[in-house]
Design a protein around this ligand. Structure first.
Ligand code: FES
Ligand code: FES
Length: 1018
């Protein structure tokens, strides 16, 4: 059928299928700023303006838009410099999103900007609440919404002609002691509440609070809130993502998923599907080689069992793969799936991890190709086993005055990146297979796929374009083989993009666990022994089984070593069984096992402190690890490799506690019965008119790691151009974290140039050097050290050539000789001690064109012998409704020591986004399966992630230390915000109403039941 639209002011006459969605039609026309995040109208990524109103184009038929005006992000501003053509530049909203750090992965950004545009067109002076409501239709998994809200308020002010303070300050400094300053505003320690009609006054608070090191203050580019190097393209909705591409004769792939949790495929008949017109290929396990591998995107050798096939004659979970189809259109591919006939022999399903290791029970992996790693044992459904003893645990228990034992449970949750997994494969003109994919691990993907596809590594090129969030979900070789097998079968390009339902039923998740804690304590609160036993459910395959669960103990149990003599020789035990079940596989998810550990460890510490009548913060600090001490696990475990002792060089934990407790007003609120029961107005305490409400405050202390020592390696190459600019090529992958920006900042710092002189490109296995990829909070530290080394080598070459140029001048001027090592690079110049200067452009031209020509460039790599932990204190303030059990989290504060903060704007965005993601783990996110192993959560309706109008007040404080193992003193930022929110909220709920909940999330039902039980016991 023919329809007529007006798109961005241009009349369009289009031939469409009656069932075509507006989203698909617009993307086919090249409007790639309209994104796909789901198919059911819930994520808002596909938002366009229809006659000025935001609509979800995925659930609107193109035919319904007949005669209407459609606006996409492409109708807004553009880059201000377009050669000789002058442009009005970016729209105020786009500019504000760039400058406020509101863009992380950028996948939701066009939709957020359009939703904001619709608001500002109607209401030029919105308050924060109105902005939050306007953005509430667009899900963002990265930002925590704070900076997008600030950007909209800022743009509104600009459009009204108001001046706004520039966002170039490093951060808001903290006064020496802000206990008095922050929380004494009202009697009883109450902080003032915002005036009615607003949620928070965040318009001016883009930057975090900071305690800055002297080294940071002395730097020019590192430590500064530079806008992201990729933000300008993302606010324009440029075709930056893996699926934003057109290609002649492109086929569309679909996967047939298993409806059963455990079955053998007795017979599979694809003849009717193959016969369907428009179908190019149908593949089953009988059509492709049987190669065993692991989907975990990790270094070689993969630290886990090899237990997966692209297609198998057995299915092991509801959602497992049965067949692949490639067809001319998605609709034909979907039709073809329905024509495939499969006869299953259903097998008993194993859905209870506690029964997995029972003798003679159901066995998931009986294939002869299975390859063990370390202690995996498929005959007992054991994907991995860990046993770590530090000190003498039994001696420690024997010395204790009290023993505390309890079991804690954590659920399966989803990464829920808004961009689904998407891959496009094709043969290039040299018969090499190109894989353009949304991956966190392009180099691991190439290595792992080579044997699966029957190709040598050298005949595969993996291109990682922009990624729309990953959070570990894309540290998996999950879909690349599907498209690649179909390209091999058809010799045509193939695109495969998962639906949101496939994301829920067939991708990866956080490992659910049952964790048993046993802890020995002296009367004075000294820990004498601490043990953890974790039973983790890896699901049907063992990808990341060993390493995720290893981290659960390694990072959470290492924090508490005891005090006095015990501090020197702690007694710690960590044992874990990671078992197969017929649930969908778990895998990597931001935090990588550590949030599970801290739910148990920190809730346990809180309970011990309360039972012994100790101050919960003092009790934790008394027993916590300190600078100068050995990381206890470094002597005992290293993911199945040789452990090497490591001393903690920097630890700002005590200062984090001091700053965080001041900002949240801990001393005024904790144990204050008036505060617990009261409600506060702008004018002070008023009588409690809601007697069923209780307030509570809680904290959790956490540590993470920074990269995997003696394993993770990153590399960078840096080349100087004619104009004195530089190309920085890195294998590291920016998932939206801002790593491209912070790596460019390090290069700019060394070379003495502004950030926009560094043109960053990542990553392509043909052109960029190797990098292990984005995981383990390692990019700033590992890849950053590689970039710094490469930049130092380039700077050295520049100094050498500048010295030569100065000294050639010297012959004419009779000035003294200049030594290269005395030349300083600054402001795009090489400065001699005598005041002479050469521009980098002059030096580049001299090198490339004028004398003894050479390309000034360098390649460097870095592998770290240490993994310096970041530390943090996380605080939560909650309100609990005693009648319904509902928990409202009012405020989250995180004070974090991540070493030097290279970019406070992007780093605070990481913290804010992490806090809100972690809040879902605390109160609402959970994946539940029925007794047939079928998922309850299959879309963003049943699986709730926070929206813009639901998030609490967020406060980030950076307590900088200078980590001596890195040239710029950095440690990790990205994962640590995930660790302490759930236990801090759990502790705050306990503080509010006495409900002591052992399994998160803290749903109203659980809190209500716990309160009922307490009242029955009374
Ligand atoms: S893609 Fe349309 S709402 Fe998700
Ligand atoms: S920036 Fe919003 S989803 Fe990534």
């Amino acid at each position: 059928m023919n329809i007529h639209l007006n798109v961005n002011g241009q009349p369009l006459s289009l031939e469409v299928h009656p069932g075509d969605s507006l989203l698909n039609v617009l993307r086919r026309q090249g409007y790639f700023g309209v994104k796909h995040g789901c198919e059911t109208g819930e994520c808002g990524a596909c938002t366009v303006l229809l006659d000025g109103k935001p609509v979800s184009s995925c659930v609107m038929l193109a035919a319904q838009a007949e005669g209407h005006a459609v606006e996409t992000i492409e109708s807004m501003g553009e880059h201000p410099e377009q050669g000789w053509r002058t442009t009005p530049g970016l729209h105020a909203l786009q500019r504000a999103f760039v400058e406020s750090g509101a863009v992380q992965c950028g996948y939701c950004t066009p939709a957020q900007i359009l939703a904001a545009r619709a608001l500002l067109d109607k209401n030029p002076a919105p308050n924060e609440e109105q902005v939050r409501v306007a953005l509430s239709g667009v899900l963002c998994r990265c930002t925590g919404y704070l900076k997008p809200v600030q950007a909209v308020l800022r743009a509104a002010a600009w459009l009204r002609g108001e001046e706004m303070e520039p966002q170039d300050r490093i951060g808001f400094p903290l006064p020496p002691d802000q206990n008095a300053q922050e929380a004494d505003a009202l009697p009883g320690g109450f902080a003032p509440v915002p005036p009615a009609g607003t949620l928070l006054d965040t318009a001016q608070r883009v930057m975090p609070k900071m305690v800055v090191t002297p080294q940071t203050e002395a730097m020019q580019r590192v430590g500064k809130p530079e806008p992201k190097v990729d933000a300008v393209k993302l606010v324009q909705g440029k075709p930056a993502f893996a699926g934003d591409i057109e290609m002649r004769s492109l086929l569309h792939a679909k996967v047939l998923h298993s409806p059963l949790a455990h079955a053998r495929i007795k017979r599979i008949d694809v003849s009717r599907a193959r016969a369907l017109e428009g179908v190019a290929a149908v593949l089953t396990w009988q059509d492709i080689p049987r190669v065993v591998y692991s989907t975990a995107g990790q270094s070689d050798p993969i630290p886990g069992p090899l237990d997966t096939f692209s297609l198998d004659n057995k299915v092991r979970f509801v959602g497992d793969r049965v067949a692949f189809v490639a067809a001319e259109t998605l609709e034909i591919a979907e039709q073809a799936l329905k024509l495939i006939e499969v006869e299953y022999e259903e097998l008993p399903a194993l859905l209870d991890p506690a029964r997995a290791m029972q003798e003679g029970g159901v066995r998931l992996h009986d294939e002869p190709e299975y390859k063990n790693f370390a202690d995996s044992d498929p005959s007992h459904n054991l994907a991995a086993h860990i046993h770590i003893d530090i000190g003498d645990i039994e001696k420690g228990f024997a010395a204790a005055d009290y023993i505390f034992e309890e079991e804690y449970i954590v659920p399966k949750v989803q990464q829920a990146h808004i961009e689904p997994h998407v891959v496009l494969t094709y043969w290039d003109e040299d018969d090499r297979l190109v894989i353009r994919t949304s991956t966190q691990v392009p180099f691991h993907a190439r290595r792992i796929l080579a044997p699966v596809l029957g190709l040598p590594v050298k005949r595969i090129r993996v291109v990682k374009p922009r990624i729309g969030g990953g959070f570990g979900g894309k540290q998996e070789i999950l879909i690349e083989d599907v498209a690649a097998h179909l390209t091999i079968a058809t010799h045509r390009p193939v695109i495969y993009e998962t639906t949101r339902e496939e994301e829920f039923i067939a991708s990866r998740s956080r490992h659910p666990m049952r964790i048993r804690m046993k802890t020995g304590v002296l009367k004075d609160g000294t820990l004498t022994a601490n043990s953890m036993h974790a039973l983790a459910d890896t699901g049907a395959y063992g990808c990341h089984a060993l390493t995720v669960t290893g981290n659960t103990g390694h990072k959470s149990m290492a924090l508490y070593v005891g005090d006095g003599l015990y501090r020197q020789k702690p007694n710690i035990q960590f044992v874990a069984d990671i078992v197969y079940t017929n649930h969908p596989p778990a895998g990597a998810y931001r935090g990588y096992g550590v949030p599970q550990g801290y739910w148990a460890v920190d809730r346990h510490m809180e309970r011990i402190a309360r039972k012994l009548g100790l101050d919960p913060l003092e009790f934790r600090l008394k027993n916590a690890l300190r600078a100068g001490e050995l990381h206890p696990f470094s002597t005992a475990w290293s993911e199945g490799r040789e452990p090497r002792p490591e001393t903690i060089q920097t630890c700002g934990l005590e200062e984090c506690v001091r700053q965080g407790r001041a900002v949240i007003g801990w001393d005024q609120k904790y144990g204050n019965p008036v505060w617990h029961a009261g409600l506060v107005g702008a004018d002070g305490i008023r009588p409690n008119d809601r007697p069923y409400i209780r307030r509570g405050i809680g904290a959790a202390l956490v540590m993470q790691g920074t990269a995997i020592p003696y394993l993770d390696m990153g590399a960078a190459s840096l080349k100087m151009n004619d104009d004195g600019s530089f190309n920085l090529l890195i294998g590291a992958t920016d998932l939206g974290t801002g790593s491209d920006t912070v790596l460019a900042q390090m290069a700019a710092e060394v070379l003495g140039v502004p950030l926009d002189d560094i043109i960053t490109y990542s990553s392509d296995t043909d052109f960029t050097p190797f990098d292990k990829g984005a995981y383990a909070s390692s990019t700033t530290y590992i890849s950053g050290a590689a970039v710094t080394r490469a930049a130092q080598q380039v700077a050295e070459r520049i100094r050498q050539r500048a010295a030569r140029m100065f000294n050639e001048q010297e012959k004419a001027t009779h000035l003294p000789n200049v030594e290269a090592d005395k030349i300083h690079l600054q402001d795009r110049q090489a400065l001699a001690p005598d005041g002479r200067a050469l521009s980098l452009e002059q030096i580049a031209r001299h090198a490339l064109h004028q004398a003894d020509q050479e390309q000034i460039m360098a390649v460097a790599s870095y592998m770290s012998p240490v993994s310096p932990p970041p530390f943090a204190a996380q605080f939560a303030e909650v309100t609990v409704d005693l009648e319904s059990g509902q928990v409202v989290v009012d405020k989250l504060v995180m004070a974090v020591d991540s070493g030097v903060i290279v970019n406070p704007l992007t780093a605070s965005g990481q913290i804010e986004g992490g806090l809100v993601q972690a809040l879902g783990y605390a109160v609402c996110e959970e994946m539940v399966y029925d007794d047939k192993g079928r998922a309850r959560e299959r879309d963003f309706n049943s699986y709730h992630i926070f929206r813009a109008h639901e998030t609490p007040e967020l406060e980030t404080i950076f307590v900088e230390t200078f980590e001596p193992s890195h040239p710029f003193g950095v440690k990790a930022v990205a994962e640590i915000p995930m660790d302490g929110v759930a236990p801090a909220v759990g502790n705050a709920v306990l503080d509010a109403c006495g409900a002591d909940i052992f399994d998160n999330p803290l749903t109203p039902e659980k809190v209500w039941r716990c309160l009922q039980m307490r009242s029955d016991q009374k």
